[in-house]
Design a protein around this ligand. Sequence first.
Ligand SMILES: [Zn+2]
Length: 422
Amino acid sequence: VIEADLVIRRIGQLATLAGPIPRTGPSMRDLGIIENACVAILDERIVHIGPDNECDAHVRALPESAVLEVDGAFVLPGLIDAHTHLAYVGDRDDEIRMRLAGRTYKEIAAAGGGIVKTVDATRGAGRDDLREAIVDRLDEMLLCGTTSAEIKSGYGLSTDAELRSLEAIRDAASVHPCKIVPTFMGAHDVPREHRANREAYIRLVCDEMIPEVGRRRLATFCDVFCEDGVFTVDETRQILQSAAAHGMKARVHADELGWTGGAEVAAELGARSADHLLFVSPAGMRALADAGTVATLLPSAAFFLRLGRFAPARELIKAGVPVAIATDANPAGGLSPSLPFAMAVACFGMGLSLEEAVTATTINAAYSLDIHETVGSLEVGKRADLIVLRSDRLLDLLRIGVGAIARVLKDGNTVVADGRRL
Ligand SMILES: [Zn+2]
């Protein structure tokens, strides 16, 4: 008999996501559903999952324990957002209005908008201001069911400002229930003061920022914006090799606005993830599949940036690439921090099935962040991170705006109930 301090009873359908990691091809549709289930939790972890009618025979509730009856509701793992840019202050509302008036991403950048505008504001912010901004954004994400998130630096673009951003991310992680994976992204753009001498900025990133981030263990991953007009394939390789030498794993912003070979270099370097991929080549898809690199797709970014197309999600799945979906939450192209919204755009814009979208925001997203051993599926031994829907219909999660989520648990604690952050 297993002891528990929380037992969730009368779950209509439980999506466990137990099975192969990462999911590729047809296995992306397998949610590992258990009907009429119960979940028992002790000390923040799952200790038992099984049929509800056998629960009393297997689980002994401790005297102070709680029982949560969910009346046939659908339950799934807490969502995992594998690509966000939360470490900033200020807004880019002017630019968003320009975009609505028909200007393109490149035209806006040429007019002085884009990442550098957020860099100006973020360089002027203190570590506490940044931490507060990040915590507020994590609270919004938690309300939408996100219990683990990657957060990138990349609006500092000087050694001091990048370190301050990463410290603020660490501070936010220490006070917020979400599990946070920090990523160093000094190569998010070339700052204005280095535009005349790009090589000097690459050296600053490789010879000063990366060694210091590595020495202080401030980041698990290093990410580079590999794109025409930002960083070339050769620069991306140089930066990520330097990061690897200082203990950071690789992710790449690849082939978003045009093909540059970002997917190919991500695969060559054994990056854990290649992100965006609107213009990925057939060779790039094969390389990602062979390397086991996750394609982290950001459909709401393509939607908000009005790019007029989406990444070829169906072809990536057919090629055997593990696909994850993330929000790209950021001040300009990632207006919605909601993973259910990203899932809705993935389904209705890219043609993912509902089950594939769930896999892409749970176990495959966990694998993309290398945290799949503790989160991303509901299995004995894993963290008790889960979402209880209001209804027995998984599809309700995609009815954006109606408040389909009844409750969010992180590490066995209820952190959202009745649409409010507790
Ligand atoms: Zn991004």
